[in-house]
Design a protein around this ligand. Structure first.
Ligand SMILES: C[S@@+](CC[C@H](N)C(=O)[O-])C[C@H]1O[C@@H](n2cnc3c(N)ncnc32)[C@H](O)[C@@H]1O
Length: 204
């Protein structure tokens, strides 16, 4: 499991890849929607999304610099041209994306604070999810995955307070999902015998 010290907060994006201002990049690609993953880790899903959606810009917001460096090396090896990485704490980085329509948010196993006493440190708070919802285009989607059952239900209760977001299925917390992707952590937790919980919402 991630250690507490791995999650120091970064006020502003530290590394932007490709180098340069993110707004400059977006300026040239204004008509393209964004697909954003928070906490892509090794980038397995991020690179899959980039391949599947050449019409979009795929953005990864990752806190840890070592993970960003490794993803940059993989992006160059895979010759992907529609990926942007921000090394940043997503809590403070969403403003960087505010000028572009967001088609999808992906947040899979990104929160290292499942204990109730650590709740104030969590990423998936009401203000954060309201901000994600506000930046989402109509019919846009938010996908969240976790291996902690009660935490999944806590997040569903928070999202109940955002009227623009509706669950894609009658059960807000599902134990399987057609679009589940075998990320490193999804596979790790499955092998360890844990259940995985999926939340899928769309914006009206
Ligand atoms: C458990 S890993 C999951 C990685 C990947 N999503 C997967 O499913 O394999 C959590 C990732 O989220 C990142 N992360 C955690 N909190 C974050 C935050 N506030 N902003 C950006 N990234 C964050 C961590 O650095 C780590 O790479």
């Amino acid at each position: 499991m991630p250690q507490k010290n791995d999650f120091q907060e970064i006020e502003k994006p530290n590394v932007i890849y490709p180098a340069g201002l993110v707004h400059t990049f977006f300026h040239h690609e204004k008509s393209k929607p964004l697909i954003v993953e928070i906490g892509p880790g090794r980038g397995d899903l991020l690179f899959h999304l980039a391949n599947e959606h050449p019409e979009a810009i795929v953005v990864g917001i990752e806190l840890k610099s070592k993970r960003v460096d490794k993803m940059i090396a993989r992006i160059e090896k895979l010759e992907l041209t529609n990926v942007i990485l921000l090394q940043a704490d997503a809590k403070t980085a969403l403003d960087e994306l505010k000028d572009q329509p967001i088609k999808e948010w992906h947040i899979h196993f990104s929160d290292p604070w499942p204990k109730r006493r650590h709740a104030p440190r969590r990423l998936l708070s009401l203000p954060f999810l309201e901000n994600c919802s506000a930046l989402l285009q109509p019919k846009g989607k938010i996908s969240i995955t976790t291996d902690v059952e009660w935490y999944a239900h806590d997040v569903a209760k928070i999202i109940d307070r955002i009227p623009q977001l509706s669950s894609c299925s009658p059960e807000k917390v599902q134990t399987s999902s057609d679009d589940a992707f075998p990320t490193y952590f999804a596979e790790k937790w499955k092998k360890a015998g844990r259940n995985i919980y999926y939340l899928r919402y769309w914006k009206s």
